[in-house]
Design a protein around this ligand. Structure first.
Ligand SMILES: [Zn+2]
Ligand SMILES: [Zn+2]
Length: 199
């Protein structure tokens, strides 16, 4: 195809190197690389039975790209897998497309993200526009540190009257997002009162 370039993905492991060829219009993006690296981790996991977290931490297991000037006929030409960069969660880079299991609860989102080289050093930032999976939308509770499911976070807005001169965006202990069950008894009283008045 015109304008397509051949890129060679080297998949490094302690046991040697595997190769995969890709035909791409432009240089591989960070998103594609992250995605393929994760696929490689999973492949490696299936091969060795090692724990995924150990594979991720192993500096000897990673992928790197090489641009190939001329197509190499002796390799079968592989087309990129049929995923769309737009469908990757902007945060964890998992596929959120229809059928992925993450489609129903994904939310449109965008933001700037740091990108890293294989040594974990920041080499720049990347703007991503797409979706966040439900897990990445969850906010940690400021009191118990567990994640609060989407739309279930409680802030002072739901507990106190905003027109009160004493009103603050944070709770008295500095917490901002909390679980309903993490409210103090006193706060819970205020929450119940406020929400009764609203009826
Ligand atoms: Zn995510
Ligand atoms: Zn909590």
């Amino acid at each position: 195809m015109q304008g397509m370039k051949i890129y060679l993905l080297e998949k490094h492991s302690r046991h040697g190197v595997d190769y995969q060829l890709f035909e791409l219009k432009s240089a591989p993006t960070q998103g594609l690389t992250t995605r393929l690296e994760l696929e490689w981790y999973r492949e490696y996991q299936a091969m060795t039975g090692d724990e995924l977290k150990d594979i991720i931490l192993d500096e000897g297991i990673y992928v790197s790209w090489y641009g190939v000037q001329e197509p190499i006929e002796m390799y079968p030409k592989l087309l990129p897998p049929s995923w769309n960069e737009q469908d990757l969660c902007i945060e964890c880079r998992r596929d959120t497309s229809f059928g992925s299991g993450l489609f129903v609860n994904r939310l449109p989102a965008d933001g700037d993200f740091e990108i890293y080289n294989k040594d974990g050093e920041v080499i720049g930032t990347e703007y991503r526009d797409g979706y966040k999976c439900a897990e990445c939308c969850a906010i940690p509770c400021d009191r118990c540190d567990d994640l609060i499911p989407l739309d279930e976070d409680i802030t002072t807005m739901q507990v106190y009257d905003e027109n009160d001169p004493e009103y603050s965006d944070d709770f008295s202990d500095g917490a901002h997002f909390v679980h309903l069950e993490c409210l103090t008894a006193e706060e819970m009283d205020c929450f119940n009162k406020l929400n009764e008045e609203d009826k």
